[in-house]
Design a protein around this ligand. Structure first.
Ligand SMILES: *Cc1c(COP(=O)(O)O)cnc(C)c1O
Length: 374
């Protein structure tokens, strides 16, 4: 960069740490001096706060968002040969866990405005093998859960919301993660609510599922060394819970900042009058802008120009899952999911975090204007 301005971070975790530093440091040191490294008070406090925040009866903290998805599917008995309806435009973990259990991801396409599951396509894929529907609440905006739940209820199929990007988002007056049979989220550092390593959680209002999942996250153990289920080591580290307990106190303020920054981006970018597609957020919901993603025609050039001017970008996601090598065996081909493929070719994410300043945002939009021809 030619000027001596501060480097723009893609996700500014450093400023966040500086702001909460004293509290976070002492929370971590408390765990060390208590020597309670697995479960214990910090984890209990976190789970109570998460349950209160989402108004979900049960909140179970876990080792990652991927493990949350895996345990959700294990709890509803997804087995080899079962089918789970989901979308190919997401982070790989969503379908990875389906295939990991020997079940088959059955893809349907997304809407071209919200990038979430096109629920009109669900019923054509339902058959006797269909054992779950897994919508993804992508980029921080909840999928059309009312419509999806209605179809699922008609066929008596559970719904698992992959809310790894949407913790904190609202939908029809309720919170993401508490909108279906099970909701799962991730506390990966760059997610809207992130810890300082891997972490995740799962939410349900079903007592039986909660009891089973609590056992399954601890090797299927119901009493010490008594194993009733196949499980995993899926517990959240206590140090991570302590970090999250601090960050949760400021989370509503951060959500407000995210909303403000997200809508400001949209206003500024639309005002450029260029061929740039900004995010559509539906009237009955909010986005937590896990990513602020736009669509442009000449993406490689746009990214190159922005990089040249010190604006970091990322692509979420360049290759839909049906075209990933690992899923060749499913027999899909290019052209099967035209909207997912189009979006994968055009999408790119701009720097986003609650601490992005208006000055930096103006700079980013100015360089975007320079980068996008026409
Ligand atoms: C991040 C993410 C996951 C996985 O979460 P981890 O905590 O990284 O395991 C799953 N699905 C989606 C949509 C994600 O964005």
């Amino acid at each position: 960069m030619s000027d001596n301005r501060k480097k723009i971070e893609f996700i500014d975790l450093k400023t966040q740490y500086e702001k909460y530093k004293d509290e976070i440091n002492s929370a971590i040191l408390n765990v060390c001096s208590s020597a309670q490294f697995i479960l214990g008070n910090d984890v209990t406090v976190l789970e109570e706060s998460l349950s209160k925040f989402t108004e979900s009866k049960h909140a179970i903290s876990l080792s990652s968002g991927t493990d949350a998805l895996l345990l959700a599917l294990m709890a509803i008995d997804i087995k080899p040969g079962d089918e789970v309806i989901t979308t190919p435009f997401t982070f790989y973990a969503s379908s990875e866990v389906i295939a990991f259990l020997g079940a088959k991801p059955v893809f349907i396409d997304i809407f071209d405005d919200t990038y979430n599951m096109d629920y009109n396509l669900i019923e054509s894929k339902i058959n006797s093998k269909t054992k779950a529907i897994m919508p993804i609440s992508l980029y921080g905006q909840v999928a059309d859960m009312n419509m999806i739940n209605e179809i699922a209820a008609k066929h008596n199929i559970p719904v698992v919301e992959d809310a790894c990007q949407s913790f904190g988002a609202s939908y029809d007056g309720r919170k993401s993660c508490n909108l279906s049979t099970i909701g799962t989220t991730s506390f990966f550092p760059s997610k809207p609510l992130g810890c300082y390593g891997d972490g995740g959680a799962l939410f349900t209002n079903d007592d039986k599922l909660a009891t089973k999942i609590l056992a399954m996250r601890n090797h299927g153990q119901t009493e010490r060394y008594m194993h009733e289920y196949l499980g995993i080591n899926g517990r959240l580290d206590t140090i991570q819970a302590a970090v999250l307990n601090v960050k949760l106190k400021y989370f509503n303020d951060e959500l407000q900042a995210r909303e403000k920054i997200g809508t400001r981006y949209t206003k500024l970018i639309n005002a450029l009058g260029k061929n740039i597609v900004t995010p559509t957020v539906k009237a009955d919901r909010t986005s937590v802008y896990a990513q602020y993603s736009i669509r442009v025609k000449n993406r490689e050039n746009v990214i190159a120009t922005l990089t040249e001017h010190g604006v970091p970008t990322a692509i979420h996601y360049p290759k839909p899952l049906h075209e990933q090598k690992v899923f060749n065996y499913l027999g899909y081909k290019n052209g099967d999911f035209p909207v997912s493929e189009l979006v994968a070719n055009e999408i790119m994410s701009l720097p986003m975090s609650p601490f992005l300043t208006e000055t930096d945002q103006d700079y980013i939009v100015e360089k975007l204007n320079l980068a996008v021809k026409g």
